[in-house]
Structures are given as structure tokens and as C-alpha cells.
Design a binder for this molecule. Sequence first.
Ligand SMILES: C[S@@+](CC[C@H](N)C(=O)[O-])C[C@H]1O[C@@H](n2cnc3c(N)ncnc32)[C@H](O)[C@@H]1O
Length: 292
Amino acid sequence: MSEYYWDSKIEYLRNTRWLYYNDDYLEFLVKNVWKLNAPVNIVDYGCGYGYLGVKLLPLLPEGSTYTGIDKGEDLIKEAREVFDKLPYSAEFIQGDIDMFVHRQYDVAICHAFLLHMANPRMILQKMIDSVLDGGRVICFEPHWIANTANYGFDEIQHSEVVPLGILQKLYEESAKDSGKDGNIGMKLPIFLSQLGLRNVECRVSDKVNFLDQNMDAAEKDRLFQSLKEEGIGQELEDSVKVVEQLVQRGLSVEEAQAQYAAELKLFQVFDSDSWLTYAPNMKISFGTVSRE
Ligand SMILES: C[S@@+](CC[C@H](N)C(=O)[O-])C[C@H]1O[C@@H](n2cnc3c(N)ncnc32)[C@H](O)[C@@H]1O
């Protein structure tokens, strides 16, 4: 069995992607914003089990192809199994993103990938290099501070369970240290333009998840489980360990303890009988490759 971290996260990926976009919004992007009305060859960097391919290929003109690249052996195996059952032209390459990719695609995409890269500008350049002149680069990436600001509760005070100031510092300090930036979604328009792309734009994911106490019980349970997997009100490890890790990531001991207390409170008060609205606030940045 693979020991690669993301290979053990297939269920997490499966259970959380649906929280981010409504299908009609993806269709709106493909047809009205990107106007992809002729067949395109797409490459997906860090494709996982092929989530974006599954969502986008039914919306693209017949004749379009999808190539997924990922380091995870199990993920690529899963992706191949998923696409074996679908009528689309898809190919999967297992390997590190550092591998050479030819300039042959019309569109390079990624989803929740660049935030895990210590050198996102270099990877973006690679994505750009794999696209033909006039093609597009499209990045769906998170913006954690906007994400954490977008919880709505009924009787719980948002500030007691999500201390935004502390989180803002935590995300910034972690990014400074590791290069990996959970707020990268909001910076990508700048990076894309600085790397020479034209007509750079950015959109926000549309979905607001609503844990409605009046909704169908099975639907409510599915949503609640996915919200937990997403990290909302998750069970915590030992306080000493968590505080230590938070301090390593750049918080003072006092801030780390306050963050731990807030997370513990959310774990204690958030259950399937809670009211919650939650907008993940993914940012979708895109631009056109122009080498003239
Ligand atoms: C958060 S997951 C997102 C997967 C998929 N895009 C999705 O949204 O379902 C990040 C993915 O990036 C892949 N990844 C991370 N570093 C990589 C690298 N150096 N080369 C190739 N893939 C990598 C992981 O294997 C993982 O599948």
C-alpha cells in the first residue's frame, strides 16, 4: 500500500469537492466566461482522482481530451477506474510535477494544488509552458482567510470559534516559512499577470452550503459528514501537541492557546443539530497565454 499522503486522502477528496461549486456555475464558467465552444485538450496538474475532469468534460465540446498528472499512484489508479466508466477521452500520468511536459495543451488547469507547492510561481510557469499560444491557464485555489470568515451560525458567536486575527497571522507566517500559501487563490491574478498572461480575471466560487435543520435527514447527514471532513469542528489532538505545532507555524504561545480553545469549542458545539451556512470561497483565476 502506498505511503504517499494524498493516496490516503481519496475519501476526503471524494467527500469534500462537492461543497465548492454548483454544477450550473461550472457550466456558466465554461460556456459564458471562457466560451470553450470548440474541442480543447486540457491538462490538469495535481489532478487527484480526476475531479475537475469529471466535472468539466461533460460541459466541453465533443472531441475534447483530458490529461491528468499526479504524484499519487493510488489516486491515478482511481482516476483511471473512474474514467474507464465514462465516455470521455482521458489519459493519466503518474509522476512528479517536475517532469517535462510538452507545449501541447489548449488549457492548463489545477484545483487545490498550488497551495501545496513551496514554489508556486515556478509551477505556474510550468503550467504556462505546457499551453499553446492563445491558450489558457485556469487555477481553482483556496483563500483560507475568506473561507474561515464565511461561516454563519445561529447561537454560536463566530469570533469565539474562528479568531480571524490569529488565523490571518497563522496563514501569513506559515506561508513565509514554507512558501506554501493557503491564501494563494487571491494572489494568483497578480502572479499570472506578472508571468506575462493577458486578460487576467478572477472569480469566486458560488456555493453556500446550508446545514438546514428543516432539510431531508439523509441529505443533512451527508452534508454534515462532508463539513466535518472539510475540517469544520474536527476532533483535536492533544492540546500540548497542537499548541506546539501552532507555535512552530508562527503563533505566540498565547495565540496558539487561544486558537486551540476556539477549535475545541467549535468541536464541542458543532453537531448535526447545528444550523450552519458555509461558503468555501475558492478563487478561480485565469488568463490567456500570449507569447508575441
Ligand atoms: C488537495 S489535492 C487536490 C487534488 C485534486 N486536484 C482535487 O481537487 O480533487 C492536491 C493534489 O496535488 C498532488 N500533488 C502534490 N504535489 C505534487 C507533485 N509534486 N507532483 C504531482 N502531484 C502533486 C497530490 O498528489 C494531490 O492529489
